[in-house]
Design a protein around this ligand. Structure first.
Ligand SMILES: Nc1ncnc2c1ncn2[C@@H]1O[C@H](COP(=O)(O)OP(=O)(O)OP(=O)(O)O)[C@@H](O)[C@H]1O
Length: 647
């Protein structure tokens, strides 16, 4: 232990009892010790006196929870740190440092004040210093005992001393008396000697009596002092125990203080970090305040700008509403004008189309019986024997070389009319094999009117999607032997018993209850429906050509429209009809209605078919001359009723 470490001992907690002093006390008091000095227990001995005065040093190490008994400190008069057991050890002294374990401590049972058979003992455990010159280690269980002088019930240690002195004195007196007697025998007579001896005896007996009285007094005094010493020793032990308890308490407090100090240092570090963070936050706060000040300056400008924007927005909204109403009105006028144009052109329009000569006809040397020189003006001349026989005028005349796409250009306005809410009927009429199916259905490489009309309708729907919403569904049916067959219902073959479909005329126009309506959203779905109908028509007969020439194929496209601007609802239908061969159709049965109608009159260029061609052209001319009433827009009466109720 270094000198400076001794400074860690609180002087107030130290009690001066060096180990050397303890050892000395033990050595002097132990009755087993051969060098026991029977009368050496003197309470005025400086060592014992220190112990009795409570000056023994009980220290508490800052790096150990145990109590330490150590040498004196400079704070106590007459003591120095040189008395420290550690320092003493370095000087090969018999000093030692002892620690009193807090666990073992000293209890009342271990410190007793007894008679000669019971030795008052203070046990010191965890000894950590040597006490022998040979530097043998003392085990932690070693104990050091404070032995009081052996006493009996009737004698104190002082009594022993007095008695021994008295006996020695008696021997010395008797020896001297013997010497004197031997001399007197020589010089004086026997009688005189006897008298002298008698006087001496008497004298000595008196002295002996006096001495015995004094001895008795001394014994009593000795007993009294001895009991006082015992009391003092007992008090001393109690004080020592109290001191031990206090020291241990102080030790635990020191422990607690040490913990608090550690805790405090942790809190101090945390506080330092928090202070640093607070500083940063304060700086950020200042920065934000500056920014807030800057924003405040802009606030007035922003609010002023907001007012300007708001007024502009109101103006724009008013302008938008005005434009919207104007647009609705304009669209309405446009539709009416468009419809007017169609009306001026005629609600029944007739296009004449002539197929080319087929390979067989060319091979057979068939001659052309038609002249298409004036086709651009819608005129067709029938030739007979090389000279013009009759000229027919139609809305359009298409020669054998005209492509499908060119045909459809003039058909587009009808698709627009359907989406505007008008019923439209496009049908092909003509002799068998003149191209009715080709014109209406077409092929995969050369799509016909059906596909192109629907394709055009979906294009227009896409263009109008921001203003209008449409719902399209398609039905495909066949009229064969005056029976209606739904071509979208599988297994519905002609002649088979099934649900009988009938055409009914209602306020909304022609209507077939129970007909399948396939909802379509795009042209892929349209094509699937068209193919389904076409295939059903083909597989239902053993002779496809004969069957097609005897049956009517009808596609009905149902359109539900909603104007998103004004909430207007419309319902309209597009009829796409591929009629049976004209030679099978009773001419008088053809009826037009209130819809816009486009008729394709299909003819053959073959001179051999001239008779049937002229019949078809005559019929078409009559159809063209029919005046239909003005087409009515097909309002959705149910939706109209709803709106009326809402209003
Ligand atoms: N404009 C045309 N260009 C090329 N080929 C044509 C044209 N018109 C018709 N054809 C061909 O003539 C043949 C007969 O046509 P299609 O079957 O369309 O006649 P149709 O009038 O429908 O007969 P049906 O009354 O028996 O049903 C087909 O092979 C078709 O490809």
């Amino acid at each position: 232990m270094e000198d400076n470490e001794w400074n860690h001992y609180d002087p107030l907690l130290l009690t001066d009892v060096s180990f050397q002093q303890q050892q000395t006390i033990s050595t002097r008091l132990s009755p087993e010790n051969e060098s026991f000095e029977r009368n050496s227990l003197q309470f005025d001995d400086p060592i014992v006196k220190n112990l009795v005065d409570g000056r023994s040093i009980l220290g508490y190490s800052m790096n150990s929870p145990d109590l330490v008994i150590c040498g004196g400190s400079p704070d106590i008069a007459g003591m120095t740190y040189c008395d420290s057991p550690e320092i003493s050890k370095s000087k090969n002294c018999f000093n030692a440092s002892m620690e009193l374990s807090l666990e073992n401590g000293i209890n009342a049972s271990e410190v007793e004040v007894c008679n000669v058979h019971k030795t008052p003992t203070v046990k010191f455990s965890n000894l950590c210093q040597t006490i022998e010159p040979e530097e043998e280690l003392i085990s932690p269980e070693a104990s050091f005992e404070l032995h009081p002088p052996p006493i009996t019930n009737d004698e104190s240690p002082r009594d022993y001393s007095l008695r021994d002195n008295e006996m020695l004195e008696d021997a010395r007196v008797s020896q001297e008396a013997e010497l004197e007697c031997s001399e007197d025998v020589e010089d004086i007579g026997v009688e005189e000697k006897f008298l002298k001896l008698k006087r001496d005896f008497e004298c000595q007996r008196k002295e002996l009596a006096v001495t015995r009285r004094e001895l008795g007094e001394l014994k009593r005094e000795n007993q009294q002092k001895s009991s006082e010493c015992q009391e003092a020793l007992k008090s001393l032990k109690e004080l020592q125990n109290e001191l031990m308890r206090k020291s241990m308490h102080v030790g635990s407090l020191a422990f607690a203080i040490e913990g608090q100090v550690k805790e405090k240092s942790k809190w101090f570090i945390s506080l330092r970090d928090l202070t640093r963070k607070l500083k940063i936050m304060k700086m950020e706060h200042m920065k934000l305040l500056e920014e807030a000040e800057a924003y405040k300056k802009y606030e007035a400008d922003i609010s002023e700008l907001g007012l300007i924007i708001k007024s502009k927005m109101n103006e724009q909204l008013a302008s938008h509403e005005d434009l919207k109403s104007k647009y609705i009105e304009g669209a309405k006028v446009q539709k009416e004008l468009y419809n007017k144009v169609l009306e001026l052109r005629g609600n029944i329009r007739v296009f004449c189309r002539c197929r080319p000569l087929n390979a067989e006809e060319i091979k057979g040397g068939a001659a052309m019986a038609l002249d298409f020189d004036s086709a651009r003006e819608g005129e067709l001349t029938v030739m007979s024997n090389g000279s013009p026989k009759k000229t027919f005028k139609f809305d359009a005349v298409f020669g054998p070389q005209v492509e499908q796409a060119d045909i459809f250009e003039d058909t587009v306005p009808f698709a627009t009319s359907v989406l505007d809410g008008y019923n439209v009927c496009i049908f092909a009429y003509g002799q068998t094999g003149t191209g009715k199916t080709f014109t209406m259905e077409g092929t995969e490489d050369a799509r016909g009117v059906n596909f192109r009309t629907l394709e055009k309708m979906f294009d227009i729907i896409k263009e109008r999607q921001s203003l209008n919403r449409y719902d399209i569904s398609v039905s495909v049916l066949e009229v064969y032997n005056e029976q209606i067959r739904d071509l979208l219902v599988s297994g519905n073959h002609p002649g088979m018993s099934g649900k009988r479909l009938e055409i009914r005329q209602s306020g909304e126009g022609m209507h077939i209850p129970g007909l399948v309506e396939a909802h379509v959203n795009n042209m892929n779905e349209v094509w699937e429906v068209l193919q389904t109908g076409s295939n059903a028509r083909a597989v239902s007969s053993t002779n496809a050509n004969e069957h097609s020439s005897r049956s009517h194929c009808i596609h009905c496209v149902m359109v539900k429209g909603e104007n998103l601007l004004n909430g207007e609802h419309t319902r309209s239908k597009l009829w796409l009809v591929d009629l049976a061969g004209s030679e099978r159709v009773a001419k008088t049965e053809v009826q037009g209605g209130d819809s816009k109608t486009l008729m394709f009159v299909q003819i053959s260029p073959n001179e051999n078919d001239l008779g049937e061609t002229i019949c078809s052209l005559n019929f078409a001319s009559r159809v063209r001359g029919i005046e239909l009433g003005p087409p009515k827009k097909q309002w959705d009466t149910i939706e109209l009723l709803k709106h009326k109720q809402m209003v």
